[in-house]
Write a protein that binds this ligand. Sequence first.
Ligand code: URA
Length: 272
Amino acid sequence: MLASSLLQYLKQLEAKGTTHVPIEDNARAVLRELYTRGSARRPPPSGNTSPSSPPTSATLQAAVGNSSAEKIADLAAQAQSWEPARSLGTLRDTLVFSVGNPDADLMLVGEAPGYQEELKREPFVGPAGQKLDQILKAMGLSRSHVYLSNVCKFRPATRNQTTNNRKPSPREMEVSLPFLKAEIEVVKPRVIVALGATAAQGLLESTASVGQLRESWHQFQGIPLRVTYHPSYLLRQEDGLQEKRKVWEDMLAVMEKLGFTITDKQRSYFQK
Ligand code: URA
């Protein structure tokens, strides 16, 4: 009943020329639930789901929308009430999904939101994010050119938590991974960068260090993936010229892969 009145109301708005309706996260979650219940009654899409595996609240639905931005918004709405993450009981409530350009050639993936990110509901807004912005600037890019996401979509919880953060566990990353895969299908980046060991390990199901994984190309969902140090690692280095150079060499490799023109000045950054 609620669903049909809502549909009628939306159709009236559409008839008057409205193309977008602002909606709060809570309402989005309710709509998602209605949609999920509705699709559970629909016959499965051909070849996708068998009658013995009906969609459940833990089945990620194909992203719906006319544009990449709408599809990402749809995935974020699904993540809000994602049972596998919620039922762990080790993650906080606020969803921090992604930011940036959903049609970007370059996607960067971090580990999990921290205190600052949770407050703003946006990945990489704290000091590590500012460092990342500097790296992007040196590449001739800004946040609006790239798509930024995390392997874990909620801030990992700790006892008596204030501003302290912790890394996501392998299980916490695993339950978020269907979203990252779906995001990649929507954004279709030409290159992915894993920022830091946790993200790299979550994506590549590896226990190797950044030192072991960087300097070569890996693949994730068929897309070239480069591993580099997390920006917060750079912030922790006192002098750090060598580490900055390593990150910069990784980014030069990414720029080459993307066919960027690299200036002599850019090539020589962070060299003694
Ligand atoms: N570190 C991350 O890995 N991701 C964020 O969003 C913020 C800090």
